[in-house]
Design a protein around this ligand. Sequence first.
Ligand code: DGJ
Length: 698
Amino acid sequence: MIETVGDGRTWLLSGPSSSYALHLADGDTLLHLHWGPRLTAADAEALADRPPAPYRPFESPLDGHEEYPVEGGPRFVRPALSVRTVGVRGTEWRFDTATTDADAGELRLRFLDGPLALTLHYRMRDDTDVVERWITAEHRGPEGAPPVELLRADAATWTLPLRDAWRLSQLHGRWAAETRLVRAPLTYGEKVIGSRRGHTGHQHLPWVALDAEGATEEYGEVYGCALAWSGSWRISVHRLPDGLVQITGGAGHDDSGLVRLAPGDAYVSPVFAALWSDGGFGGASRAWHAWQLAHVIPGAADTRPVLYNSWEATEFAISEEQQRELARRAAGMGIELFVVDDGWFGRRTSDRAGLGDWTPNPDRFPRGLKPLADEVHALGMRFGIWVEPEMVNPDSDLYRAHPDWVQHQPGRTRTEFRHQLVLNLARADVQEYLWEQLDGLLSSAPIDYVKWDFNRCFTDAGWPGDPYPQRLWTEHVHALYGLLDRLRAAHPGVAFESCSGGGGRVDLGILARTDQVWTSDNTDPLDRLAIQHGFSQLHPARVMAAWVTDSPNTQLNGRISSLRFRFVSAMAGVLGVGGDLTRWTDEERDEARGWVALYKEIRPVVQLGELYRLRPPEGGLSAVQYVRGDDTVVLAWLQAQHHGEPPAPLRLRGIDPAAVYACRDTGARHRGSVLIHHGLPTGLRGDLDATVIRLRRC
Ligand code: DGJ
């Protein structure tokens, strides 16, 4: 809901439990008023009438109070917007118009400075406490007018209320160790996270959460901010000298040139979304999940199928007959989607060749992919395929024909990672080539699913002949989004998975056009608990792909774990199987069939329910709980039991204390209030034990 308050220069946006307010003060200064619990219009008016902070020499009266601090004038904070025109740097804005669209929950405020128009966009829908913000910068000068360079154009600056101390939560990582949650006090100065790599990166998820050092999993105020962008990015959290905190974020990492606008051009930033919750970190996560399921992830009301992926089983050594054999075994276990990973195309018998040549390898698939896809369908499964369209191996027909199609700097080394180079997707001819290849591929066989990978960062990101600042950093991302959108429109039955060497491209931008993401190449079921714990801070189980692979773990650590532990770990997300089924015994495949059947039954609760993280994966016992309607599912894992002590009962959340719940496995009946206050015993013991407990309200 949007209200224009008082003199028409104060705006109040409200969701179910929170409000956001801003005020246009004298001199056309746009001030932040409020972000937190719901306010009335009278509250917002009273806030707008409060006197400004007292004058202090050496301090800016604006710093920490503005909605969108820019470079120029009496400001010393990191600017969200930095502009260079001919001979002048910085901007001085004059307010132009405010428009609201009540149905869409949108507010647009336009400011002018010479030929440049800046629009601040706000959106808060009625069913969510998530506020979405972004900007548009337009060059409205006449043809022939000098260009304007946006050195930096963040999507938003978020302002927190004054508190004595703040704590920052972030999700850091690296390959095979993504989304690990860390919390630390926020000291004075700036904390900057981001990616200079051209993709979102394994190193940080574009998300931060701040609490005034008092929040717990289920109690207290939490502010969260997440960027919807799949290229280089930056989020900067500043604690100013007077203790105020602002968070600014947007596309691009540095301030050295984001976009050059000629007359008629416009730059639209990605969305920087944020929310306030007084339900602790768990409440904040549930609000994020609900918003993504309702407004971000396509077709999120449908649950995702159980998939089989052959990568860990075969790596590059694949053949049609071997894939058929794996498919038969997967179908026998109740798997619903069979995905052929890397190695099916061009001369791709190792990572040294083939990327770019998206036609089936004639030795491996002499009749193309259709016969295998047909057989997979006849087995009752959907058929999926792996691609890495943004890349090319120098040893490929594509590169031999078009060596200038890759990102490169004239006369400099073309750095190879994994023997591959990055195509310059900003080029229209490259976009068209990829469209033809992928559209052709999806038309050549009944393909239902595409795993879209991205296995190296940008290094020599240049485009000879394109003037500085080069568009390829942002245009690559827009071209990727454009290709995905076009393919989805032309092949509406095909689902897409975002992968980047595991979880290197997980963000709200890619999630708006993919159906699930590959969480990590680390499929060790114990390490996964920490990765999944971090992932769930922002994103729902409905998109978090998780595979059961072999024991001992072949990829990372040789850890031995039971099929039970591996399955229960992977059942916390979108279940998949990625082991070498030709080496699983009949007993193992029988047991796996049982787990797959159980997962299908609890799937709507896991993928679409509300998540309660009962105990974090630190040491002994950890558990998550999902609640949907009358159903509750608990997944619990015991890492190691010590001194013969039984693990603590799990105190459940999100259930009715006055109701009785029946355990669907044992038939035992539990009173809601007892489950909440005294807990549910798990029966776990020993090392690496795990369980699934299903309860239904009687
Ligand atoms: C990286 C992915 O994360 C893996 O799952 C697999 O698809 C390989 N790439 C294939 O090259």
